[in-house]
Design a binder for this molecule. Sequence first.
Ligand code: ZN
Length: 243
Amino acid sequence: MKKTIIVCIALLALLLSAFSPKNTSIGAFSIIYPEGYEARESSKVVYLTFDDGPAKYTPEILEILTKHDVPATFFVVGNTPYTHYISDIAENSHAIGLHSYSHNFRQIYSSAQAFFDDLQKIDDIVYELAGIRSNIMRFPGGSSARAGGAQRIMEQLKEELSERGYQYFDWNCDSSDKRGAKTAHQAMRHIKAVGDEDVVIVLMHDTQALTVEYLPLVIEHFRGLGYEFLPLCMGSPAVHHDW
Ligand code: ZN
């Protein structure tokens, strides 16, 4: 009986993998490939992303990225005394995404109007400091955010973002540097849990001293597995949370 069940499960898994569509749903997230996206020769791609800065540790993080010749993406906020680092991020050719001006969940998720008013503020700051209008963004808390009533208006926000020409990016690899991981070793354990997915979007924070410590290990890890490092742009495959 036990054997029959195992065989049935194996067959079912095989069937599911044979019919898996291009926009694959793996576990609790989907990888959304943009229209006309062609897989690159090196099929494994990793996108390093830093949220909630610019912050105290942004210059050190930029130095590490330069030293290892690795591009990254910074999802920036506006209510920080370090906004001037946005110019440095742009000068170092990293991608800049919008994360919100205030990062205040209750405020930005109170209504679609409040959300887009806040987004416009950070959009203008990035334009002023980096000279670009960014069309990539990440929701505070991700698209699966529940705090501040986000869930209530999330579908509407996603739809309107797309109409306004933005793509949003979640992550499928969480360093837990802001909650949970206390040491570089712990952060790496969380990061390695992603396995060898073809597309990896790593969530990190440049607000954390720990990030300076474990970032070289992240680069070494994915380089060792043969990943190509790229900055996010509108045409990148996007990881979207399904929960
Ligand atoms: Zn955030």
